[in-house]
Design a protein around this ligand. Structure first.
Ligand code: DAH
Length: 336
C-alpha cells in the first residue's frame, strides 16, 4: 500500500510540474500505459498473501490510476487555456496603429506670395479689389486708353472668346491680359479716395518656357486721391520694397511707356549685393483713364502699378523654371 501511495504521489507531482501540452501527452503514455509505474504495481498484486489484501491493493491501484487520469485531464485544460491566451496575446492586432492621421498640407508657392503681397499692402493702408477673368475688350483695352487699332494692343497676345454680347460682334470678349481692367471697375464702383491692390490670374497666348506661362498672376495697384504726385508713387514703391523684401533692399523708377499712365516708368529693386532687377510697370494714371472711370482729372489724380506674382515667387525662392510651379509635382510643392 505504501508503494502505491508513493507511486501515486510521484505521478501527481510530475503532472503538476508539467508546463506544456506536449509534456502532458508524454506523461499520459508514461504514467497510464502498461509499463507505467502504477500499472507495474498491478503485476505485484498476485504476490500478496490474502484475498482481502489483494482486493484492497487492487482498489488502491485503480483509485491511483483514476486520480492520475483526472489530474492529467485537469492539467491539460489548464495548459490549453494558457496556450490559447498566449497565442491570442501574440497575435493581437492593434488597429489604432493603422489610423494614420491625415497629413497637413500648405498653400501653393504662388498663393503664399499672393497672400504675403496682400498683407504688405494692407499694412500700407490698401484694400483688396477683384475683377472677372473673362473681360470685355472695353475694360481690358479701350478704357485703358487703347482704342481698337491702337498699336500697343499688339504687345498683349490676347486670347479672344467665341462670345458676343447682344448687338455686338465676336472678338469683343477676352481672357483678361492683365489686372489693369480692375482699375476701371474699381473707379466705376465708387468715388475717390481709392487705395486698392488687385491680385489675380491673367492670360496670354504664350508658349510655356522657363520664364513664360500662358496663365500667370499679377497684382495691380491703384491710388486716386487729391494732389497725388509722382513722389507718392516713388515713396509707395520704396515702402513696399522694404516691407516685402527687407530693409536692405531699395527701389528706383526708370522712364518707360504704357498707354494708361503718363508719365510711365518701370520700377526696379536693388538687392543687397548691388544688382538691379526689373519688377514691374507704373505711372501716373492717364487723364483719359480717369475719365473712363467716371472721375474728373481736374479734381483728382492718381498712380498705378502692376507686376507679376509668379516672377516674384521665382526670384524669392530661386526656382529655375517657372513651369515647375504648375505641373503639380508634390516633390516640388512640398519644399516651400
Ligand atoms: N498692365 C501692365 C502689363 O501687364 C503692367 C502695368 C504697367 C500696370 C503700368 C500698371 C501700370 O498699373 O501703371 O504689362
Amino acid at each position: 500500500m505504501a508503494d502505491i501511495s508513493a507511486a501515486r504521489g510521484a505521478a501527481l507531482a510530475q503532472i503538476e510540474a508539467a508546463d506544456s501540452l506536449e509534456s502532458i501527452a508524454a506523461l499520459d503514455t508514461q504514467l497510464l500505459g502498461k509499463k507505467g509505474s502504477i500499472a507495474q504495481l498491478k503485476t505485484k498484486l498476485g504476490g500478496l498473501a490474502t484475498v482481502d489484501e489483494k482486493k484492497a491493493a487492487g482498489q488502491a491501484v485503480n483509485e491511483a490510476m483514476q486520480a492520475v487520469s483526472s489530474a492529467l485531464a485537469a492539467r491539460r485544460v489548464e495548459l490549453g487555456t494558457a496556450a490559447t491566451a498566449a497565442r491570442v496575446e501574440a497575435e493581437r492586432l492593434d488597429l489604432t496603429e493603422f489610423a494614420v492621421k491625415p497629413e497637413r498640407g500648405h498653400a501653393h508657392l504662388v498663393t503664399q506670395s499672393w497672400e504675403r503681397l496682400e498683407d504688405v499692402f494692407i499694412g500700407l493702408g490698401f484694400q483688396v479689389a477683384e475683377g472677372p477673368e473673362v473681360e470685355t475688350d472695353w475694360h481690358n483695352f479701350e478704357a485703358l486708353n487703347m482704342p481698337i487699332g491702337h498699336p500697343a494692343r499688339g504687345e498683349w497676345d490676347t486670347l479672344f472668346l467665341d462670345h458676343a454680347a447682344p448687338g455686338e460682334d465676336v472678338g469683343r470678349t477676352v481672357l483678361r491680359t492683365h489686372t489693369s481692367p480692375v482699375q476701371i471697375r474699381t473707379m466705376l464702383s465708387g468715388m475717390p479716395p481709392i487705395y486698392i491692390v488687385a491680385p489675380g490670374r491673367v492670360f496670354r497666348r504664350d508658349t510655356p518656357d522657363a520664364t513664360h506661362m500662358p496663365v500667370f498672376h499679377q497684382i495691380e495697384g491703384l491710388v486716386v486721391d487729391r494732389d497725388i504726385t509722382m513722389a507718392d508713387l516713388a515713396g509707395t514703391i520704396e515702402a513696399f520694397t522694404k516691407a516685402f523684401f527687407g530693409a536692405d533692399f531699395s527701389s528706383r523708377l526708370r522712364p518707360s511707356y504704357f498707354p494708361f499712365t503718363e508719365p510711365s516708368a518701370e520700377f526696379d529693386i536693388q538687392r543687397p549685393d548691388g544688382s538691379w532687377l526689373e519688377l514691374g510697370g507704373c505711372g501716373m494714371v492717364h487723364p483719359n483713364v480717369l475719365r473712363h472711370g467716371g472721375i474728373d482729372p481736374e479734381e483728382w489724380s492718381g498712380f498705378a502699378f502692376g507686376f507679376g506674382i509668379d516672377r516674384m515667387a521665382v526670384m524669392r525662392h530661386d526656382v529655375a523654371d517657372i513651369r515647375d510651379m504648375f505641373v503639380n509635382d508634390i516633390r516640388f510643392a512640398e519644399q516651400f
